[in-house]
Design a protein around this ligand. Structure first.
Ligand code: PBG
Length: 323
């Protein structure tokens, strides 16, 4: 074997060299911060499994968002924990429901912050499934109208972007029509297009108080084994009018992000979900991993795989590091 003339270490020698040849960079405006809002005043209720994450009332939420804006975060993703739940999830389309209240407060206090709302029934139904139940199953077509009502309630309150996350068939097309019909032709849809039935949502279901009371979500969310099916899901959502699409979770699904980036020319988001966050936090707390290093490494991987936007509970901490 001849002594090599190509030496890869030459360009790794100094911090300046490394910065010059770095292929991927993170910036605060890559991040979207997910937040949980609940009724009350002055509420800041810690989510045990997710250190640093709290359920907040509208007033506390506005203060948190002010800090996020200072950190350079361009957008938040809102989840609501309603005052009451019923079989259909009717508080989801209450014009004075918790999410519309939060949207109005945020748009008046922080007009420059983009407010994205998660549109799904699971936080609002007493059975915890993402739609109406008929004969023990989640009824796809009956759920579409409920999602449309929820989307309209959010849009009327001033939501900047609607993000349907339930994985019903044709919900993007149905919501697009409903928005257009009510004059919201300018409100974009960010579709949770390839959302897998993942164990990594565990801590979120505590945070959003939304675990299903029977069964699981495998009849509507995707099988973790399927990549081709994910591409079909994304293609269908784009056809139905999605302006942006999302892959979720992120780190265990980097191949899906990467292939989606190659195949589709729409903005691509990836959701680093609650379990990914909780896992890193727990290992760091045990002294097994360095929090900051692993947080930034996980985020750069997601960006490198092809995501344009990363929804992450680390948004504020990561943004502060890059500032
Ligand atoms: C459904 C929804 C879920 C998440 C976002 N939207 C939970 C689920 O599908 O069970 C998970 C997010 C996370 O784990 O951080 N409304």
């Amino acid at each position: 074997m001849e002594f090599p003339s190509k030496r890869m270490r030459r360009l790794r020698r100094t911090p300046v060299f490394r910065a010059m040849v770095r292929e991927t960079a993170l910036a605060p405006d890559d991040f979207i911060l997910p937040l949980f809002v609940r009724p009350g005043e002055g509420v800041k209720r810690a989510v045990t499994s997710m250190p640093g994450v709290c359920q907040m009332s509208v007033d506390t939420l506005v203060e948190e968002c002010r800090l996020a804006v200072n950190d350079g975060i361009p957008a938040v993703l809102l989840f609501g924990i309603p005052a009451f739940k019923d079989a259909l999830g009717s508080s989801a389309w209450d014009e004075n429901g918790i999410v519309p209240q939060a949207i109005r407060a945020l748009k008046s206090e922080l007009p420059g912050l983009a407010v994205i709302t998660d549109v799904c029934m699971c936080e609002y139904t007493d059975h915890g499934h993402c739609g109406a139940i008929k004969e023990g199953e989640v009824d796809n077509d009956a759920t579409l109208e409920l999602l449309a009502r929820e989307s309209l309630a959010h849009a009327r309150a001033g939501a900047d972007i609607i993000a349907p996350s339930d994985m019903m068939d044709f919900r993007v097309g149905y919501i697009r029509r409903a928005l257009d019909g009510a004059g919201f032709t300018q409100v974009p849809i960010l579709s949770y297009a390839a959302k897998f039935a993942s164990g990594f949502y565990g801590p979120f279901r505590d945070a959003a108080e939304s675990p299903p009371k029977f069964g699981d979500r495998r009849s509507y969310q995707m099988d973790p084994a399927n990549r081709r099916e994910a591409m079909t899901e994304i293609a269908l959502d784009i056809e139905e009018g999605a302006d942006m699409v999302m892959v979720k979770p992120a780190l265990p699904y980097l191949d899906i992000i990467s292939e989606a980036r190659r195949r589709f020319d729409v903005p691509l988001a990836a959701y680093q979900v609650s379990g990914e966050y909780a896992m890193i936090q727990a290992a760091a707390r045990n002294g097994r991993l360095d929090l900051e290093t692993v947080m930034m490494e996980s985020l750069i991987s997601i960006k490198r795989a092809g995501a344009d936007m990363i929804i992450t509970y680390f948004a504020r901490s990561a943004a502060r590091i890059r500032k």
